[in-house]
Design a protein around this ligand. Sequence first.
Ligand code: FAQ
Length: 324
Amino acid sequence: MYAQMVESGQAGTSDQDKAFQDKIDRNVRIEPRDWMPEGYRKTLIRQISQHAHSEIVGQLPEGNWITRAPSLQRKAILLAKVQDEAGHGLYLYCAAETLGVSRDELTEQLLSGKAKYSSIFNYPTLTWADVGMIGWLVDGAAIMNQVPLQRCSYGPYSRAMIRVCKEESFHQRQGFDIVRALVEGTEDQKAMAQDALNRWWWPAIMMFGPPDADSTHSEQSMKWGIKLNSNDELRQKFVDQTVPQAEWLGLTLPDPDLKWNEDRQSYDFGTPDWDEFFNVIKGNGICNRERLDARNKAWDDGAWFREGLMAHAEKTTKQNIAAE
Ligand code: FAQ
């Protein structure tokens, strides 16, 4: 069986595996045509496509506020930000396609509910302050996770991350600016920001994935250079970065156990509700159904357009062949 897998390229000989690991250890990027273990390819397809789906589904919570942004300027900024997220999804689908999977297969996995996307996008955006929280906390967490991915071992993914991170950094600032404007506003506006922070803080902390002890993929992904930090390491960095920002804004983080630890030079913080997290990623969060229905509707509504594009492509190909 193993010999057959080696012959078909599904598994490597021990020499191939060793040479591959050696490349990773020497920080040599793996490119699409290079030999790679089947597990490496599958792990990348899973992570990159889940990341792409997150960007696509991630347009929905903020998209909900485009028509209701409080000024023309905020509307224009939000529109541009949401379009950026669509662009990130498209780069990432392209990066996944270099691993031999088709965009149609990946789309089908999302629409059928088989593929995961980030837990965070299953929470509702109830007020304008939630849009600020998504930029400040969700994009903030996304950057913390994606900056190291710029150095991950797979070339197309690492290069896609460079542009994505530049744009996410603008997104984080625009979110922070929305929250700043609210806390500098009336008492009601400040209360609205505090209420949104109370609802978004823990889901943002959970975005980094389960605790290291329960993270099924971390050990192998770190060995392969697909992940450069563990979930808990990045979560801690995010908390350490965000607490002073909340203090500057005059907002209180909803965690009674949050305390500076002089010995560790880091913040101690409470335990997220992991039952809630696992429930959300199983499809039972507040908005899971709504999000999938919206993506399915967009796909169905776009059928006529895809058919038109295909008909146009076929016609132009025929014309080109006839002209040769
Ligand atoms: N949500 O073994 P691990 C953004 C799953 S982009 C849902 O630790 P891994 C931009 C995981 O898939 C946000 N599922 O997994 C934006 C696995 O299940 P599986 C997305 C999660 O892959 C901002 C199981 O739990 N970013 O926000 C989550 O080693 C604003 C065991 O977990 C990325 O995707 C979760 N949070 O580590 C857009 C970055 N966490 O597949 C719009 C790239 C874990 O075996 C507006 N991805 N699971 O069935 C990564 O870095 C990693 O995949 C982690 C998870 C760290 C997310």
